[in-house]
Write a protein of this length. Structure first.
Length: 367
């Protein structure tokens, strides 16, 4: 088959393969990045699991110490006889506080693990999509290589213009691939920030409920109100911790995002706020809750601002990718044009095949 006929015959398949590659060029490098990201998350998960194991042991230890004072009538009586009842109450409150702190720390670590597990599942789902794209890209690239190998087999010094036109294609591919990878990571970062925004909204909602209970408690709400207040406060603190972890993950994906310091949230002092509960301690603690709510609002505003910048960055990257894809398409079209011209020249100047009795063969012309 004449070279020009080969080109004409291969053109439809060539166009299809180039289109498929243009769509999926980002996939191989994006897959490497995603694998590394998952490995980082799984490493963090392993550290969190170790932390949870240690915290569970700590909770059991603190619980035993707490129960030792809570249930020991002998110790209570001994302190009472010695005129040191306040000392006993202070020690019991200290053990209760340490147990409560250990439980809260364990809950925060378990919440962090839940977030990490979900992020790993999401990342693996994303990885599966990228793997399919990368495999399709690999097969298309192999087929295109075979197609060009059949046409451009061996060195082509006769066609320096064709060789020169390959370099703009390679440069445009690298540029577009880099932008695609950046976009992929930015999209995941924006998703993490969106989750962080929702978590911080939950923290604010729970803090609002805490303030409501605190308002009632100031006027003698009783034990049930105290329990409800601590319950809502614990949920607010947990949700805020999750938001901080989600922003941290976003910062790993996009270096323009900075981690969010955990907002300061008031904690009850078992001795002053529970054992010696009175209207003055309630008012003081209510003021601390109001400050905590203000801290959460500032953190929520910070997340919203970073989410806005992240969304703008995604939009900018998409615009840059559109430009890069046009440049790549033009470079590929130009390369294909030069190849078409090169083979058209060969076809135009190659003499007819000699007859069977010809004793000479025309040499290949130089360009």
């Amino acid at each position: 088959m004449e070279t020009i006929d080969q080109i004409a015959s291969a053109k439809p398949r060539n166009d299809l393969l180039l289109s498929k590659l243009a769509e999926l060029d980002y996939a191989p490098m994006a897959l490497k990045q995603q694998i590394a990201f998952i490995a980082d998350l799984e490493s963090t998960l392993g550290q969190t699991d170790n932390n949870i194991k240690n915290l569970k042991e700590s909770v059991q230890k603190e619980l035993k110490d707490h129960e030792k004072y809570r249930d020991s009538n002998v110790k209570r009586f001994a302190y009472k006889l010695g005129g040191k009842r306040d000392k006993f109450e202070e020690k019991a409150a200290k053990e209760a506080r340490e147990y409560f702190d250990a439980v809260v720390a364990l809950k925060a670590a378990e919440d962090e693990r839940t977030v990490l597990a979900k992020q790993i599942a999401d990342a693996k789902s994303w990885k599966a999509d990228i793997e399919n794209a990368a495999e399709t890209h690999r097969k298309a690239q192999e087929e295109l290589n075979e197609l060009y190998q059949g046409i451009f087999a061996g060195p082509t010094p006769e066609f320096p213009e064709e060789d020169a036109k390959e370099y703009p294609v390679y440069d445009a591919e690298r540029k577009r691939n880099h932008l695609q990878i950046m976009l992929s990571r930015c999209l995941q970062a924006v998703d993490c920030l969106s989750q962080a925004q929702a978590s911080m909204a939950t923290a604010l909602h729970e803090m609002g409920s805490t303030l409501d209970m605190s308002t009632v408690d100031k006027w003698g709400g009783g034990l049930l109100i105290d329990v409800a207040e601590r319950h809502y406060l614990s949920k607010a603190s947990s949700a805020a911790g999750i938001a901080v972890a989600q922003v941290e993950q976003a910062s790993r994906l996009d270096t323009t995002i900075y981690p969010l310091p955990k907002p300061e949230i008031a904690e009850e002092n078992l001795l002053s706020d529970v054992v010696f509960d009175n209207i003055f301690s309630d008012i003081h603690f209510h003021h601390k809750l109001e400050q905590s709510n203000a801290n959460l609002e500032r953190s929520a505003a910070d997340i919203a601002a970073q989410l806005k910048r992240g969304s703008d960055r995604v939009a900018d990257l998409r615009g840059s990718i559109e430009i890069a894809e046009v440049e790549l398409k033009n470079a590929r079209v130009e390369l294909q044009r030069v190849r078409q011209e090169a083979f058209a020249k060969v076809a135009a100047i190659t003499p007819p095949y000699p007859s069977s009795d010809s004793s000479t063969i025309m040499p290949m012309p130089s360009f």
